[in-house]
Design a protein around this ligand. Structure first.
Ligand code: OXD
Ligand code: MN
Length: 602
């Protein structure tokens, strides 16, 4: 590794003063300004290997790939230790954990005092969004983790070019991270939106430690977005090309509900004759602004994918499999003794032997202490891969202006209530539908898997301020978009009475997207129901798809009794916000209630 660089490669006085302050607090052995070069990457990899933090994988089969294993207790976002630290508690709102900023700084300083002794302090200037795009935001992450630097290199644009853009007086989000032994008792993910600052300690898990992603691009980003009249959202961005024209949609689903799969979908056999081409712009985050043409335009602020490994295979997501064949960091999957990686419901034959994510010897067929198959990979194990390696990456994915959005899609994982797809009546109704999204919990965050929770716009864990104000912001954005996208809701996860999924999902989801786009063009057959426009049973093109008899009816059914109890859930959720919740949301609630009543009476 290069010795510490005594001369800082910037004259930005705010940055220099902050670096000095953190150096004094954390007392690292040396400082390293990250320039983003290839030579630097190789030096960091060597150092990571020498320290046992990364294992290089088979250079023939997985060139440029590394394996990393985290602490057993550091495998997912810790929402209970994630705080919004606004001066007033009400500004964080009832859905966020709040800490007084003075207490938060004091607590984190306690942990950070001398925390980098014996370590190098890396300074990583990064841009979320293409460098220099009017959409983009600059952050600087100070970290003592080589793993974080190497992951940030994939997930954001980093280094010299960002510092140059920052110049002598540019502003940036201060992002301070220290592993602090990855000890849960040292863990806190603190956001100071009023100071444009983030402090994260005690974790090296991506969502907690790669501070450009959830912390900046969503929590701090959503705060900026509200002040500056744009939207920072937990959404994929996808282009659908047909007959030489590409239309773009965004979709917000809770974590681990298949955003990465949808963003990279392969058209199903039955629709091949239509010549669709899918273009991936982003799989997790969208920043949306009103363009000069009155439409809503989106950029993906990230430069890589931090995807869930288990369940990723050539059937569910062949493009992801192709993306992760090189230059990828695998975290907490199974490590084969032959230096390959594997995960449950993954690709190809498992290695003959290996080591599990938590360090246990593993062979196919091994059982755990309860007699169940011994898990090779943690359910939230991940791959970090450069977006540019995706075979379907859109030629526009780095366009500084972004792409124009025709439809916004919300969705959750619901076994019963929500039909396969419906279209909302107008912007306000769309915001209401987004605000009342609910989903069964997955492994991306700690908590009980399967439990239903309300996850408005899939932003529950990511909104950096009071969600009542966030809904109001969405409502007022409607008036600012002269040509707004239509808003839809989808549910790929409806089950029949035997508990079997009714919809095949994956590539077949294009059939639903096709209907959505046709509705945006003023076509597409639909029936008006109390919850919105639902496709008629012959509206989706099912060429080549053999659904069991009656399945389409079940997929599209709107059951008034289910929606009546759903409505109670909406009310209980809204009541949490007290008088701060816009009356326009209550108006939507009342209107839905009335429509359901009329439907039941009829
Ligand atoms: C993610 C998440 O990692 O939402 O994208 O948890
Ligand atoms: Mn996500």
């Amino acid at each position: 590794m290069a010795p510490s660089q005594p001369i800082a490669p910037t004259k930005n006085s705010k940055l220099l003063a902050w670096v000095k302050e953190i150096e004094t607090l954390c007392q690292p052995d040396q400082i390293c300004w990250i320039d983003g070069s290839e030579a630097e990457k190789r030096r960091l990899e060597k150092r990571g290997i020498a320290r046992g933090q990364m294992i290089p994988l088979d250079p023939e089969k997985l060139p440029g790939c590394f394996y990393s294993r985290s602490n057993r207790s550091d495998v997912a976002r810790t929402e209970n230790l994630t705080f919004i630290c606004t001066r007033k508690k009400e500004d964080a709102g009832p859905t966020n954990n709040w800490m007084d900023p003075r207490e938060a700084y004091a607590k984190s300083e306690e942990v950070l005092k001398g925390a980098m002794k014996g370590h190098t302090m890396y300074i990583v200037p990064f841009s979320m969004g293409p460098v220099g795009s009017p959409f983009s935001k600059i952050g600087v992450e100070i970290t003592d983790s080589i793993y974080v630097v190497l992951n940030m290199r994939i997930m954001a644009r980093i280094g010299r070019k960002v510092l140059d853009l920052l110049g002598d007086d540019g502003d940036f989000t201060k992002c301070l991270h220290s592993k602090a032994e990855c000890d849960i008792s040292h863990r806190m993910i603190l956001h100071f939106p009023e100071d444009n600052a983030i402090v994260s300690t005690g974790s090296a898990y991506g969502g907690n430690a790669l501070l450009g992603k959830k912390c900046l691009a969503l929590r701090i980003g959503s705060w900026h977005a509200r002040q500056e009249n744009w939207l920072a959202e937990h959404m994929l961005i996808l282009g659908i090309e047909k007959d030489g024209q590409t239309r773009y949609v965004t979709a917000a689903f809770p974590s681990a509900c298949g955003k990465t799969n949808l963003a990279m979908l392969i058209p199903p056999e039955g629709l091949k004759h239509k010549g669709y081409k899918i273009w991936t712009v982003g799989d997790d985050i969208a920043w949306l602004r009103v363009g000069a043409d009155g439409r809503l335009w989106a950029v993906n602020p990230e430069a890589g994918f931090f995807g869930v490994a288990p369940g990723t295979n050539s059937r569910t997501n062949p493009n992801a499999i192709k993306t992760i064949q090189k230059n990828t960091i695998f975290t907490n999957v199974l490590l084969g003794d032959d230096l390959t990686v594997w995960w449950e419901d993954g690709e190809g034959a498992p290695p003959a032997s290996g080591t599990t994510w938590d360090g246990k010897p593993w062979k196919p067929g091994f059982s755990d202490e309860n007699g169940k198959p011994l898990l090779g990979a943690h359910p939230n194990s991940r791959f970090t891969a450069p977006a540019g390696q995706c075979p379907t990456i859109s030629p526009k994915w780095e366009d500084p202006q972004g792409v124009p959005i025709s439809a916004i899609i919300f969705g959750g994982r619901r076994e019963r209530v929500a039909p396969l797809v419906f279209e909302t009546f107008d912007w306000d109704h769309g915001v209401y539908v987004g605000a009342t999204v609910a989903s069964e919990r997955t492994a991306a965050a700690e908590g009980k898997v399967g439990e239903v929770r309300r996850d408005p716009m899939a932003m529950l864990p990511f909104c950096g301020y009071n969600m009542a104000d966030y809904f109001a912001h969405w409502l007022q954005m409607g008036a600012r978009i002269p040509k707004p996208p239509k808003i839809f809701h989808v549910n790929w996860f409806r089950k029949d009475e035997k508990g079997k999924f009714l919809w095949p999902g994956y590539g077949e989801n294009l059939r639903v997207l096709e209907w959505i786009l046709s509705r945006c063009e003023g076509d597409g057959k639909a029936a008006k129901t109390p919850i919105g426009f639902v496709p008629t049973k012959d509206a989706l093109d099912t060429t080549g798809l053999s659904l069991p008899a009656g399945a389409m009816e079940k997929l599209l059914e709107v059951r008034a009794e289910d929606w009546a109890s759903e409505l109670d859930g909406h009310k209980a959720f809204f009541e949490k916000f007290g008088p701060r919740l816009s009356q326009r949301m209550w108006k939507q609630y009342e209107a839905l209630k009335d429509r359901l009543k009329t439907a039941v009476a009829a």
